[in-house]
Design a protein around this ligand. Structure first.
Ligand code: ZN
Length: 134
């Protein structure tokens, strides 16, 4: 695969309302967008930190993957998103290298990105999202 930088870190929170004051207050970042992603059952809040974004994830339903994550592991870093060009080719390359794909084909993510997740069992324990601005 060819990756260029950490596009964002996805961070699971219990509540955006509780989490945002830390990022805005203590760290002095500005939340530039709050967006609900219905098919992932999350509400997201975005901050810019250099060229990397912070994506806070709040579950919108009990069967959301983020709700299960918080229940099992608590709040904290949920996934790392790597910026790529040509996400279809990168995904095919990942599969050719024996990496288990969660998303066989790219789909629409938050903040105008096309995304695909790789399984943490084949990415050294880190839930990894490939993403491309389209
Ligand atoms: Zn993400």
């Amino acid at each position: 695969m060819k990756v260029s930088h950490i596009e964002h870190l996805g961070i699971a929170v219990k509540s955006l309302d509780e989490a945002i004051p830390y990022w805005e207050g203590a760290l002095g970042l500005k939340c530039y967008k709050i967006e609900e992603v219905a098919d992932q059952k999350v509400r997201t809040a975005f901050f810019m930190l250099g060229q990397t974004k912070i994506e806070l994830l709040e579950a919108t339903s009990e069967d959301s993957p983020v709700a299960k994550f918080v229940e099992n592991k608590g709040i904290g870093i949920h996934h790392m998103a790597l910026a790529v060009e040509g996400i279809e080719e990168q995904l095919a390359d990942a599969e050719a290298q024996g990496i288990r794909l969660i998303d066989k084909t790219p789909r629409k993510g938050a903040d105008g990105m096309t995304i695909a997740f790789l399984h943490p069992k084949s990415t050294q324990g880190i839930l990894t999202e490939l993403c491309e601005k389209k």
